[in-house]
Design a protein around this ligand. Sequence first.
Ligand SMILES: Cc1cc2nc3c(=O)[nH]c(=O)nc-3n(C[C@H](O)[C@H](O)[C@H](O)COP(=O)(O)OP(=O)(O)OC[C@H]3O[C@@H](n4cnc5c(N)ncnc54)[C@H](O)[C@@H]3O)c2cc1C
Length: 507
Amino acid sequence: MSFPSSSHLHDVVIAGAGPVGLFLACELALAKLDVLVLERADRPEAPLKAPPLGTRGLSVATAEALYRRGLLDPLVAAASTPRKAQAGHFAGIAIDPAKIDPTRWKYRLPNPASANFAADMSSVESVLAARAVPLGVAIRRGHTVTGLDDHGDAVTVHAGGHAFHAKWLVGCDGGRSAVRQLAGFEFPGTEPEFTAYSALVEMADPGKLPPGRHATPAGFYMNEPGRIAIADFDGGAFDRSQAITPEHLQAVLRRVSGTDVTLSAVHLATSFTDRARLATTYRQGRVLLAGDAAHIHSALGGQGLNAGLGDAMNLGWKLAATVHGNAPAGLLDTYHAERHPVGEWLLDWTRAQAAVMRPDAHGRALEGIVRALVDTPDGATWFAEQLWGLSLRYDLGGSHPLVGHSAPDFELPDGSRLASHLSTGAGVLVDCDASSPLRHAIAPWHDRIRHVTCGASNALGLAALLVRPDGFVAWASDKAAVASEVEAAALRWFGRPSHAISSDRRR
Ligand SMILES: Cc1cc2nc3c(=O)[nH]c(=O)nc-3n(C[C@H](O)[C@H](O)[C@H](O)COP(=O)(O)OP(=O)(O)OC[C@H]3O[C@@H](n4cnc5c(N)ncnc54)[C@H](O)[C@@H]3O)c2cc1C
């Protein structure tokens, strides 16, 4: 290592105390790693994190991840937005909840996380920080990451005039990620078609701007009391490093709406574009990326935070096992293998919405077709699956249709639910056959896999399933399960049992 051996070596340094960095910090600290988070901002509070502009739609997949770590209730309590299930929309085309057919989701059981919800960024971050700090995470605010050296077996990170050393560095520092740039990750993608604005405003002559959402020849605008949203198909021409002046916002609103409305006050404004880029790899040496640092795209349909939190849930246990030295070969590489396709899907999901919203004859034609599809039970159910994160299936091999999906939240005979057994970050073997030999088969992994029995009443026809720490099914069987199959799945995802590792070390 080419840094002073007397220096403290953290297990992981995370750049960025946004929601993704903080959630990852919680995951790593749950596994008892030494974690340092370096954050550019001096203070966690910022006007754009508070409602309404800081409000984010969170999917069922995100609700499940938080629920499995005991974070859903604290977040719902902290968020000032009342919890209200919404079916969602695609390019502004609302999904009718009455047309969604949940009977098609054979392996989903009703549970406290089965609805999407909204929460503001301040609440998300404060709940995650409140969990991370007692777990031992150190958060240093006012520390902008400005440099890094990957030594091959450790990384030195330069921030706030200091050098910090870690076995691993994860860039969770947002769309303009310094870590991504400093480490030289490739970040290809597509250029924007529009600039979108969201602002809290007052109008001198509110009667001039019709309320509601309106498509126009220049884009679209939405007018709600005290708030406007605009998409200006300007090719993403607005220089987003500049402040959004009231004059600029008014000019854009007038052009897009075709009115001469006057803004008498602009209290808060933000902008984004549909520029879409994705890191070609999520890991380079000792440096990893998660969240917006790995993928940028428009905020249409609200998916970025959901994807980022999914990255963190997927990476946390894999990186922890790698640091602890008990990860099976290649486990860390499955982070890229599983999450990069999610990033690709996400970029295409937002690109497709931009195409549907294009203010020309092609866009209108496409919109009409999508609207008709969304209006069918098949369409509404399919769009809901995508929007809520239910369609996510990792390609983990295996023939059972449940493998790679989020595990059903079984209610167990003692009244507990599966989610509560995942709260420590361990894996779980759910055994639906009380006489099966599986308890003994996984005993050597007792420090990493818990065994629970599932009452036959809600077993969904399953005999047993092995659930990874992130709540995804690694292996499942409908028939009386064979111990060797479970052992093979445990070896693949949890590595060799501790006694085998320690006897190797003694040799
Ligand atoms: C208007 C709008 C609406 C949205 N709506 C939704 C929605 O409904 N649902 C949804 O899922 N997503 C939504 N998103 C996207 C979502 O906000 C982002 O995907 C999410 O915030 C990404 O989280 P992150 O932690 O990766 O990055 P960020 O939230 O950007 O956090 C990055 C952190 O890193 C810090 N940082 C930056 N550079 C450095 C550095 N060099 N050193 C140290 N720290 C640094 C920053 O200060 C920040 O705290 C929306 C986005 C916008 C703009």
